[in-house]
Design a protein around this ligand. Structure first.
Ligand code: NAD
Ligand code: MG
Length: 393
């Protein structure tokens, strides 16, 4: 029996993870569930999955949850705050940690799980983007098993030989092909993008996801973050990764080999597939996902990305090539920009403008330890907020 902590249990990935776990009560039990503020949702999950521990952002919500769970006679211990997230990520009782908090807020607990040598299922791409080299060094040193949950990276993992960490070139891999749906505005002319609303941006054609990643998908920053994520996970560089727009989201990504073979992983766009893969690897378990119906899909299309309408892709590539603190700055500025857009404080087309302005303003600094990452993240957020008030209001 494997014991699982889900960081970000009430989110889209967290909910799908609980769905898969509930299909295999003989294999998995829930140790801890965490949420930021959705206390009713966390209460329902605790009643259904009976974790040993539940963690919520504020002590006020924790007190409410303690009462609510006591009424149901549940023995679940309720904790609050950031240290509690770390404690449930590295607890001795835990075998598997699903890292599904959104944004750099997930970095510290995810790294704690890595340092404790857990099986870490990484959905929280921002954690890896902000701290890349440091994060991967900790994985090497602790012996943690890092399995990508982001569908593209999970697909590439499935298409690579198991020894891929020894170097892609040595395994005959010439290129990675990262597919992208293109988001809801893929074929919109540039003029129409000026008036995009948050609800339009969050209405993704193929995937149902949290609001932040939905906006990132619409701006293509998601693919930019994934480009950086792929560089770290597979020890490669942006020039070895081709972004391929594939509107049907059936091929989740590919690996090209030097003999001309291209291996792809296909499936319905349902995150339970990579989640089940991560939970059970190297075994395969039922994920509750319907079999792909190729006749219903009919055709698969591909096109090149348009970086003129979607500059976030270029900004992410430049940040990765610049290295050091640049990806952390890119990510922090984007988090502030997306939040401002969702609150109607910033136009959709100004997201890349704000991110670029913050990137230009921040000096490139080496990442020495976790504190340095958190410091560059904080400074970039401060600068983004300042620019929002002065230049973008
Ligand atoms: P979501 O917004 O639906 O859920 C986020 C979760 O994180 C919630 O449980 C929330 O309570 C928690 N959270 C938010 N802010 C927090 C904070 N400051 N401290 C602690 N907890 C906090 O997001 P999601 O769509 O499930 O995405 C989660 C992560 O997985 C993101 O990094 C996203 O990029 C990645 N991802 C998601 C999908 C998808 O299909 N949803 C696919 C690939 C990767
Ligand atoms: Mg993805």
């Amino acid at each position: 029996m494997q014991s699982v902590t889900i960081l970000g249990a009430t989110g889209s990935i967290g909910t799908s993870t609980l769905d898969v776990i509930a299909r295999h009560p003989d294999r998995y039990c829930v140790f801890a569930l965490t949420a930021f503020s959705r206390r009713e949702a966390l209460r329902e999950q605790c009643i259904k999955h009976r974790p040993a521990i539940a963690v919520i952002g504020s002590e006020l919500d924790a007190a409410w949850l303690r009462n609510a769970l006591a009424e149901h006679g549940l023995p679940t211990e309720v904790l609050s705050g950031e240290q509690a997230l770390v404690d449930v990520a590295n607890a001795g009782e835990v075998d598997i940690v699903m890292a599904a908090i959104v944004g750099a807020a997930g970095l510290v607990p995810t790294l704690a799980a890595v340092r404790a040598g857990k099986r870490v299922l990484l959905a929280n791409k921002e954690a890896l983007v902000t701290s890349g080299a440091l994060f991967m060094k900790e994985v090497e040193q602790s012996g943690a098993l890092l399995l990508p949950i982001d569908s593209e990276h999970n697909a590439i993992f499935q298409c690579l030989p198991h020894q891929h960490r020894e170097g892609l070139a040595r395994q005959g891999v010439s290129q990675l092909l990262l597919t992208a749906s293109g988001g809801p505005f893929r074929d919109w002319p540039a003029e129409r993008l000026k008036d995009v609303t948050p609800d339009q941006a969050c209405a993704h054609p193929n995937w149902s996801m949290g609001r932040k990643i939905s906006v990132d998908s619409a701006s293509m920053m998601n693919k930019g973050l994934e480009l950086i994520e792929a560089c770290w996970l597979f020890d490669t560089t942006p020039d070895k990764i081709q972004i391929v727009i594939h509107p049907q989201s059936v091929i989740h990504s590919m690996a090209a080999y030097n003999d001309g073979s291209v291996l792809a992983q296909l499936g319905n766009p349902d995150m339970r597939t990579p989640i089940a893969f991560g939970l059970a690897w190297p075994e395969r378990i039922d994920a509750g996902v319907e079999m792909l119906d190729l006749f219903a899909i009919g055709r698969l299309d591909f096109e090149a990305p348009d970086e003129r309408r979607f500059p976030c892709l270029r900004l992410a590539r430049e940040a990765m090539n610049a290295g050091d603190s640049a990806p952390a700055v890119l990510n922090a500025a984007n988090e502030i920009a997306v939040q401002a857009f969702l609150e109607d404080q910033l136009a959709f087309v100004s997201i890349p403008e704000l991110v670029e302005a913050v990137l230009i303003s921040q000096p490139l600094q080496p990442i020495t330890d976790l504190d340095s990452v958190l410091e560059y993240d904080r400074r970039a957020r401060d600068e983004a907020r300042r620019l929002l008030r002065s230049r973008f209001s």
